[in-house]
Design a protein around this ligand. Structure first.
Ligand code: ADP
Ligand code: ADP
Length: 228
């Protein structure tokens, strides 16, 4: 677990208007921050810069107090969950969850991998589905597998990019409860992009509002949504 500090972060694609424009934000260790804003305001770009999939044009990004601008994604120790799950169709649930641990060759023994996969699958109620392939799972179960893959790494922080937007309303509600429960259990620093006001209200310690690349407001969900 670690704090995340954004210090005057700018992202320009080509020579256009900055997609992210001078964003500064301190995210405390264990804090759950929701990022909201209209389509095209720079939410994904910001997440991708934090995880290291996109270069930062200017400004400093710190994870756990250490500047990471030039650090490759694999050394940042963050786990990202996408809305399209990004599961491997030819691998079982077990192997999908184990995948990030197998990538770092030799770092984890098979026993260690097995114990982490089983802990995560119990936490996510996937025990009965470990031998199945993604095609044979419901949308909610697939999303759980994607979360399992984030959990096994015991990463310093989770980054969620609209993880529930492909699910129907009922499943969304269940998964929301599940994510809230996980966050209480694991207390991992989290940045979570969503369009859903209920998710923002119930999951976030704070909500950050982005508009045309500029951070407009950062407040508790209550202060933001309960205004008369
Ligand atoms: P959001 O996630 O809030 O919808 P994005 O971060 O995807 O916003 O996009 C922010 C802005 O940056 C948009 O104007 C978008 O068109 C632009 N943009 C995003 N990715 C690229 C890219 N790879 N090349 C050029 N422009 C991009
Ligand atoms: P490759 O498929 O060749 O490993 P990737 O670009 O998919 O290349 O990933 C390289 C490394 O970057 C991965 O090992 C992983 O640690 C990290 N990485 C890539 N994407 C993400 C992500 N969304 N969240 C966290 N880490 C990532």
């Amino acid at each position: 677990m670690a704090s995340i500090t954004l210090n005057h972060i700018v992202k320009k694609y080509g020579d256009g208007f900055p997609a992210v424009n001078d964003v500064s934000l301190d995210i405390a260790d264990g804090e759950f921050v929701i990022l909201v804003g209209p389509s095209g305001c720079g939410k994904s770009t910001l997440l991708r810069m934090i995880v290291g999939l996109e270069d930062i044009t200017s400004g400093d990004l710190e994870i756990g107090g250490k500047r990471v601008n030039d650090l490759a994604p694999r050394h940042r120790d963050l786990a990202m969950v996408f809305q399209n799950y990004a599961l491997y169709p030819h691998l079982t649930v077990y192997e999908n969850i184990a995948f990030p641990l197998r990538l770092t060759k030799g770092q984890y023994t098979d026993t260690e991998i097995d114990s982490r996969v089983r802990n995560a699958s119990t936490l996510l109620e996937l025990d009965e589905h470990l031998e199945r392939k993604p095609a044979n799972l419901s949308g909610g179960q697939r999303q759980r597998v994607a979360m399992g893959r984030a959990i096994v790494r015991q990463a310093q922080a989770f980054l969620f990019d609209e993880p529930l937007s492909n699910l129907d309303a009922k499943l969304r509600g269940q998964m929301r409860t599940e994510i809230a429960r996980l966050q209480r259990r694991l207390a991992t620093t989290t940045v979570y992009v969503t369009h859903d006001q209920t998710e923002a209200m119930t999951l976030g310690d704070r909500v950050a509002v982005l508009r045309r690349g500029v951070l407009q407001q950062v407040a508790s969900p209550r202060a933001l949504y309960d205004q008369p």
